[in-house]
Design a protein around this ligand. Structure first.
Ligand SMILES: [Zn+2]
Length: 416
């Protein structure tokens, strides 16, 4: 089964309740370790003190969230507690903002003297057990091809900026992202079913990452994967496409794109100064560190965890395949045959779909090369397609395949 819902992901929103009464100090937090953590990857936090009770029962640990308040008891109850004794609590660090740790025992709160710093957050669908919306191979190349709007592609400094930001993520995190031109002005959205980086004149913020997830159910398992993403960048900014410190009055394109690509790789916001995922990207205080052109160590670790999961999952149904590792991380440009040309979008259709022996293509105005690939990139058939001609399908395992016709949006084809 397949279903699809729009999922405007960030900021992550948690329902928060405020317990108005504060510390009665039935219990004391003496210390915790480590002092700086990554949320959402299962890393272990240890809290030492006294009066925690011999077992957890309905006691819990709470952390400050992106709204500045502690998470609700129901959320805290869902965390994965690894051990709980009167003097020590261990749990998997959830998504959180910087703040003092709160331990609630029998309704009474104890709050740490020290502040826990959260340097990166990996967003999850479900915290216990940890479940994510993972990336999967989508471009018939074992990876994900981001289509670049022509107003960026045709501007060398913008195209280079995008290529170098993508190269940074490929080489630091192992994600198989590539770029190809979208040589059309046709407005696209998540429904266009391609990953897209485009300007948006209606955008009220400097940048935004939208994503659409899809799920597939096989037996008792439901697998969630990202189907498509859209990174929009505002046109009201006076963009600086270079590296380092932007000139006064200009917004640094590479830094904003790095932030939005961080979202595309599962990261949520943090309020730790110096991090790319700090919620502001062009104003103070982030302008104090936006001269940086590389992701931070914490971001590399959190994204690396997500990419590793996206490369190693064993779920196989609905045509879902894991990402493959990039062969050469510096090689960011996709096969030129993947370029999408002017007026191509939604101009062709393929039928029937699902298909068995052959598939027909309608809407081609000129002969065009085609390739039929499986989702990992293996080419099963190739040739030149003339108008109103059907493509004979090879005998192959039933499942999802990609039909690439030169200049057109790749079409997903289900072979029966
Ligand atoms: Zn953001």
């Amino acid at each position: 089964m397949k279903r699809t819902l729009p999922f405007p992901t960030f900021p992550l929103i948690f329902i928060a309740l405020f317990a108005g009464n504060t510390a009665l100090h039935a219990q004391q937090i003496a210390s915790f370790t480590p002092k700086t953590m990554i949320g959402g990857t299962g890393a272990r936090l240890q809290i030492n003190g006294s009066g925690f009770g011999s077992s957890r029962n309905n006691s819990y640990v709470a952390f400050v969230q992106d709204n500045g308040q502690y998470n609700a008891p129901a959320v805290a109850e869902s965390y994965r507690y690894l051990s709980w004794t009167d003097t020590r609590i261990e749990l998997e660090m959830p998504v959180a903002f910087n703040g003092k740790i709160k331990v609630v025992v029998l309704g009474k709160e104890g709050i740490s003297a020290d502040t826990l710093h959260v340097s990166a957050n990996l967003g999850y669908r479900q915290v216990n057990p940890l479940l994510y919306d993972l990336l999967s191979a989508r471009d018939g190349n074992g990876g994900i091809t981001w289509y670049i709007h022509r107003s960026y592609w045709n501007l060398p400094e913008a195209r280079n900026a995008i290529a170098e930001v993508v190269r940074e993520f490929r080489c630091k995190t192992g994600v198989n992202y590539r770029i190809a031109p979208l040589l059309t002005d046709t407005p696209l959205n998540l429904g266009s079913n391609i990953h897209l980086i485009a300007p948006d004149s209606a955008l009220g913020v400097v940048g935004f990452n939208d994503r659409l997830w899809t799920s597939c159910i096989l037996g008792s398992e439901t697998f969630f994967t990202i189907q498509t993403q859209l990174i929009r960048l505002g046109t009201r900014e006076n963009w600086y496409f270079g590296t380092g410190t932007p000139p006064s009055g200009k917004a640094k394109f590479r830094y904003v794109l790095m932030h939005e690509m961080g979202h595309s790789l599962g990261l949520g916001h943090v309020d730790e100064p110096g991090q790319t995922m700090f919620p502001s990207v062009t104003l103070l205080p982030s302008s104090n560190w936006s001269m940086r052109d590389s992701i931070t160590t914490a971001e590399k670790t959190a994204i690396g965890h997500y990419v590793s999961l996206s490369r190693n999952f064993t779920f196989r149904a609905c045509g879902i395949l894991p990402l493959s590792a990039p062969t050469n991380c510096k090689d960011v440009y996709a096969d030129p045959a993947l370029s999408i040309h002017a007026n191509a979008v939604e101009s062709i259709s393929i039928y029937p779909n699902p298909a068995r022996d052959q598939v027909s293509v309608e809407g081609l105005s000129a002969p065009a090369a085609y390739r039929l690939l499986d989702l990992s990139g293996r080419v099963l058939a190739a040739g030149t397609l003339h108008q109103r001609e059907a493509i004979p399908l090879p005998t192959t395992a039933p499942g999802w395949y990609l039909l690439h016709i030169a200049g057109q949006v790749p079409q997903k084809l289900l072979i029966e």
